[in-house]
Write a protein that binds this ligand. Structure first.
Ligand code: GPW
Length: 820
């Protein structure tokens, strides 16, 4: 038994009755004719009976506890993944529902397979938000997640002739059973227009006269706690037109223009922007950001005002966590309400506002640091640009000028405005100035935030910048995705690890226990077989579970260096061609990655992986020693299949570029050994697991900086390394694209003529060497299994429960609210 029974009135019999009742009365079907999808919906509705009631109790209990302080997690992305199995596990109803469905002639796995992934995020940042929501509710902290109800999530990826093609992801096509539309909390959001000055007695005041409104309609998705009654809310805003369409125009035959306003309004939450870690400056994206912030801030204030007459104590009842700068416009929005609507004077308003916001920085990449043209903000949000101006003026004159009198350079660097054409608003500067705490997401990352990104802010506000190392929820990323391993762990150390992952340390003593080691190995093998079957069924590629399953799964980015991995594959392939007896353990290189649709080189790398895969996989001379697999349409669900099957976790970003990474934690917990650079959370992973149980290679942050400062010349590395030269040349020729010679040369070009901005060539030799060590290590089966088990045993730190407790202690200061 993995899960404690929660106090629930739901017996197998009651569940059966409820499922059948929903088939018949909610879904207009019955148990004789229902499709699998209908069965799935009925099962979800049966669960909702328990879930919604608990959500209500949680909400009420929070009010009763004197409006216990609540964290509001503001994020443009929540990559929640499928909820059916997650909810079953967290409710402790997995066994009962399995039995109930069984007795009704249905298979629980097939039924939960009916759910489509809600892919309301791009990658790590969105998935982190989902893990945090799971931990917050499980730890019984009052929390609301605020996001957008995108009609289309992240595009579905297909591969056609090796190239990425994008298809729309209509994830809730005919509705989604775990969400409920709360139309009574709908709000109208102003936009555009101008600002008026007027006098109230002697005081000059401002008011925004908008020229347009959008309606925000909330959809609530319950977030079910594990082994607790608490159910929190993820509130996603859908944008609609305030006015229905113009019937007169419609009747006169002007169909398109009659619908114009409606179509335009609905476009705001139509689709998730697919650009991970790159800012774009598009008007619709700014409106998305503002729409989320305006709806959420209003909602928070409405909740507060049910209990308090003024907003003076807003920061006692609420904190708003900004998930990167994407929702930073919430800062001037709250200021606008305090100043213009509440009539609070500036200094007091600023104090209130600043105590309400905290900001998480997730990147140092310059292209990901958001800026917005001043003119664009002035057009869409005329009052906000005035407020930003005032915040900046007061900050520069009262804070910066005091600290560094007459220092023009400091003013230029710290100003919220970046001069130039066009002038820009720097959202990161606004976020640091407007928040009481700012955090990085791994130790190394936070150090770099302090030393490289915001050193002056750190000097001005020495206590503001803190670290909270990321984590992942052990419920989804161990218990749910690897049930056999979860079972084995529980059988030996008890099930409490699921709520306190540090208890995994108890597994360490079994790392030398013959029986345990064998069981652990059998589970890994079975997981590999399952993935091998999927690969066979979907891509018609045969892979052997004897081979090392070497996995790189993440967004496609130059800084993540999937092309470094590719160069190594080519190197092994050349060695095998040169010497058929070349001594290596067989290897399956598994990739899954989506590229932003406009990111040319990233798409070229996907194409190259697929072209190389086609040639290598069908080359009989190498006798299947290498297989290359690119699994299309990476998603949370696919990750749940791949991660438990991995032997090797590729974490090979250029040092200093990956803020944290979280896939590294999931893979390590599931027994993959990290092959990685000293970047992001890899540093802490290696620290926890011990250097002997990971393969760390490559330039450190300091070495990267020194090399760049001394004038990095990628050609030198090619000149010194014949193998490297040969594989780069391969990319320029027609070896892998006989029908289009030179089709892969853009990659070589970026590495040589392009200056190799992410030092792929500089790290190549060290990477190949680390790979050779790994190959050798894998062949010592006992030692490898030992390391694998120690990875599981020693990575307890990387639970998102620990991250949340860090946030609570250092930033949020929440108290638990237990629902009885
Ligand atoms: F650019 N991350 C992401 F910082 O997935 F906003 N998308 C993003 O747009 C950004 C960051 C942003 C990732 C980081 O790359 C990764 O290192 C980190 O583990 C993750 O955010 C969660 O902190």
């Amino acid at each position: 038994m993995l899960t404690k029974e929660k106090p629930t009135s739901l017996s197998v019999e009651k569940l059966k009755l409820s499922i059948v009742r929903h088939l018949r009365t909610t879904l207009a079907s019955n148990e004789h004719v229902a499709s699998q999808n209908t069965w799935w919906q009925a099962t979800c509705f049966a669960l909702n009976e328990e879930i919604f009631e608990n959500a209500w109790s949680t909400f009420k209990q929070t009010r009763l506890d004197h409006c216990a302080r609540t964290v509001n997690y503001l994020s443009l992305e929540f990559l929640i993944g499928r909820l059916t199995t997650n909810n079953l596990i967290n409710l402790g109803l997995e066994d009962k529902v399995r039995q109930a469905l069984n007795e009704l002639g249905q298979d629980i796995n097939a039924i939960s397979g009916e759910e489509r992934d809600p892919s309301l995020g791009n990658g790590g940042l969105g998935r982190l938000a989902a893990c945090f929501m799971d931990s917050l509710v499980t730890l019984e902290y009052p929390a609301v997640g605020y996001g957008l109800h995108y009609q289309y999530g992240l595009f579905r990826q297909g591969i056609k002739n090796g190239e990425q093609v994008e298809y729309p992801d209509n994830w809730r096509d005919y509705g989604y059973p775990f969400e409920v539309c709360r139309s009574s909390f709908a709000l109208d959001i102003p936009l555009y227009g101008h600002v008026e000055t007027y006098y109230q007695g002697d005081t000059m005041r401002k008011r925004w006269v908008p020229s347009q409104y959008l309606r925000g309609v909330p959809w609530d998705i319950p977030v079910v706690g594990f082994e607790v009654k608490n159910v929190n809310t993820l509130r996603l805003w859908e944008c609609r037109a305030v006015n229905e369409f113009d019937l007169n125009q419609f009747n006169q035959g002007c169909f398109a223009s009659a619908l114009h306003e409606k179509v335009k309004a609905e476009s705001v939450t139509q689709v998730l922007y697919p650009n991970d870690e790159s800012e774009m400056g598009k008007e619709l994206r700014l409106i998305q950001q503002y729409f989320l912030c305006a709806c959420s801030v209003r909602d928070i204030i409405n909740r507060h005002k049910e209990h308090f007459a003024s907003l003076d104590n807003l920061c006692d009842t609420n904190v708003m966590q900004l998930n990167d700068t994407h929702p930073a416009i919430a800062i001037p929005e709250l200021m606008r309400i305090l100043l213009d609507e509440e009539g609070i004077e500036w200094d007091k308003a600023w104090k209130i506002s600043q105590r309400c916001f905290a900001y998480t920085n997730h990147t140092l990449l310059p292209e990901a640091l958001e800026t917005w043209p001043v003119d664009l903000i002035a057009k869409v949000l005329p009052r906000h640009i005035e407020i930003i101006n005032e915040i900046n003026y007061l900050f520069l004159s009262q804070v910066v000028e005091k600290q560094w009198p007459g220092d023009q350079e400091k003013l230029i660097k710290l100003s919220i405005f970046e001069e130039g054409y066009p002038r820009q608003v720097r959202m990161a500067n606004l976020s640091v100035i407007g928040s009481y705490k700012v955090n990085g997401v791994a130790k190394l990352h936070t150090q770099l935030v302090k030393s490289d990104l915001f050193p002056e802010f750190d000097a001005l506000f020495p206590d503001r910048l803190v670290n909270v190392t990321n984590g992942v929820t052990p419920r989804r990323w161990l218990r749910q995705c690897n049930p056999a391993l979860a079972q084995l762990i529980s059988a030996n150390i008890g099930p409490q690890w699921q709520k306190d992952l540090s208890l995994l340390a108890g597994v360490e003593k079994y790392a030398t226990d013959k029986k345990f080691v064998q069981q652990y190995a059998d589970i890994k093998l079975a997981n590999k077989q399952k993935l091998a079957n999927y690969i066979k069924d979907n891509l018609a590629i045969d892979v052997s579970t004897e081979a090392i399953f070497d996995v790189q799964i993440k967004r496609l980015h130059e800084y993540k260096r999937q092309h470094l991995n590719l160069l190594h594959i080519l190197t092994l392939y050349r060695r095998l061609l040169a010497d058929p007896n070349y001594d290596m353990h067989s290897r399956v290189f598994i990739f899954a990655a989506k590229a932003a649709p406009g990111y040319r080189l990233a798409k070229d790398i996907i194409y190259a992986i697929n072209k190389v895969a086609a040639v290598i996989n069908s080359d009989e001379r190498i006798k299947g020693k290498i297989k290359v697999v690119f699994l299309p349409d990476y998603s949370v669900t696919l990750a749940e299949l791949i991660i438990p099957a991995a032997d090797v976790s590729e974490q090979i970003s250029t040092a200093g570029k990956e803020a944290s990474g979280t896939g590294n934690m999931k893979l390590g917990l599931n027994g993959a050994l990290t092959l990685g650079t000293l970047d992001g959370a890899n540093v802490e992973i290696a620290e926890e697991v011990g250097d002997e149980h990971a393969f760390i290679f490559g330039l450190t942050v300091d070495q990267v900086n020194a090399l760049k400062a001394s004038g990095y010349r990628p050609q030198d590395y090619i000149a010194q390394n014949d193998e490297l030269k040969a594989v780069v040349d391969w990319l320029c020729g027609d070896k892998f694209t006989p029908e289009e010679p030179g089709r892969l040369s853009s990659i070589a070009h970026s590495l040589v003529q392009g200056g190799d901005p992410y030092l792929v060539l500089a790290d190549f030799a060290a990477y190949v060497e680390a790979q050779a060590q790994l190959d050798k290590a894998y062949r010592n089966r006992t030692a490898w299994l030992h390391s694998t088990i120690l990875n599981t045993a020693r990575l307890g730190k990387f639970s998102s429960d620990r991250s949340i407790e860090d946030y609570v202690r250092d930033i949020w200061h929440l108290k638990k609210v237990s629902v009885k």
